[in-house]
Design a protein around this ligand. Structure first.
Ligand SMILES: C[S@@+](CC[C@H](N)C(=O)[O-])C[C@H]1O[C@@H](n2cnc3c(N)ncnc32)[C@H](O)[C@@H]1O
Length: 351
């Protein structure tokens, strides 16, 4: 427990103080026996997200990827009376959300499910801001039993919702060559995809891949090229794990379906913020935002600008990336990119 005695922090109601420090953003909660308890969860690009969303007292916000609740909590604590609805497809997030429900009461609600069904999952109404912080949470990565990480030995599962669909082990047993190529080459962007795919096909003929260690061994034995000069040093299995996870959880299709539904749920003037962690997600977000802003979606976009409608304006011209301080404190933030748009009011829309 840390005692925080000065008045440096801004009092933001219910005895909670927010404290900005050069290396990050901390939240201090009253501890049961006096002093303050520091919340240690480290949400990515938190200060930047709040700066862009600028929660207003009594405003309504949606956190479409609750995870450990770091962003949701910060939104709730930013201004008085803020309401947050949160979604997550991982049933484990529900118990973390329970504690927040007790703390914030009716200002907070959690809805279990996939954000690509947000319209069905959420109560009616529009939001002043919606956040997507894509990918997997530290809770999922650090739990060996979930099988997301090549760093921990565990069952090869990788499902964001372990109650739905096949595990990675089951999927790898029956995936066709084309499915494996899509996962490893297209979603993982693994340079040595041919070797990795062939090695998986060969290995599963003698013994099914059951654990994260099994998959790591197969990938390591397949790869022969030295890492690119000046490329960040990553584990040889990083990209294969990423690609299989994206395929298994149908992540890109989910984002493609969810973003338009989320945009429709914004109030005029409302803000849509998306934090992505790899280039495929970021490309989807960038193109969707450009389309809404009436801009060419990509270099070869054949539709002339004057034929495009404009329903939003960009808030970030270039993606916001974490500071060196944030990366040093939380290395997992290093590949994150934040993009945001603001919905125009109907009379400002251009068709
Ligand atoms: C990076 S974490 C979010 C961390 C969160 N912002 C925080 O501060 O703790 C991403 C979360 O989104 C969830 N998620 C990913 N895809 C989802 C989807 N299609 N529908 C609902 N939740 C999803 C994951 O289960 C994970 O808990």
């Amino acid at each position: 427990m840390a005692t925080f005695e000065t008045t440096t922090g801004r009092n933001i109601g219910e005895g909670v103080r927010r404290f900005f420090h050069p290396v990050g953003h901390f939240l201090f909660h009253p501890a049961p026996f006096g002093g303050y308890r520091i919340m240690t969860h480290d949400p990515v690009l938190l200060g930047e997200t709040l700066e862009i969303m600028r929660p207003r007292p009594g405003g309504r916000y949606l956190d479409a990827t609750f995870g450990g609740g770091g962003h949701a909590r910060a939104l709730l604590e930013s201004e008085s009376g803020v309401i947050v609805h949160a979604l997550d497809r991982d049933p484990a997030a529900r118990s973390r959300a329970q504690g927040m429900r007790e703390f914030f009461g009716s200002r907070f609600s959690f809805h279990a499910g996939n954000f690509d069904e947000l319209d069905e999952l959420l109560p009616p109404g529009r939001y002043d801001g919606i956040l997507f912080d894509l990918g997997v949470s530290s809770f999922q990565l650090d739990d060996a039993g979930r099988g997301f990480s090549f760093r921990h030995g565990g069952p090869l599962d990788m499902r964001m919702n372990p109650e739905e669909g096949p595990s990675a082990a089951e999927w790898l047993r029956t995936a066709t060559r084309e499915q494996l190529v899509e996962a490893v080459r297209d979603f993982g962007e693994e340079r040595e995809w041919r070797r990795v795919v062939e090695a998986i096909l060969r290995a599963r003929q003698s013994k099914p891949l059951e654990s994260t260690e099994d998959l790591v061994r197969v990938v390591e034995s397949a790869k022969v090229r030295p890492p690119r000069k000046r490329a960040p040093a990553i584990h040889p299995a990083t990209l294969t794990f990423q690609g299989i996870r994206i395929a298994l959880n149908d992540e890109l299709e989910g984002i493609r379906r969810a973003l338009p539904a989320a945009f429709e749920r914004l109030e005029p003037g409302g803000v849509l913020v998306v934090i992505s962690f790899h280039s495929l997600e970021d490309r989807l977000v960038k193109r969707f935002f450009r389309r809404l802003c009436g801009e060419p979606e990509h270099a070869g976009d054949p539709v002339p600008r004057q034929l495009k409608s404009r329903r939003a304006e960009p808030i970030t011209r270039r993606p916001i990336v974490p500071s060196g301080h944030e990366i040093a404190r939380n290395p997992r933030s290093r590949s994150s990119k934040l993009r945001a748009i603001r919905k125009l009011s109907v009379h400002d829309e251009e068709y």
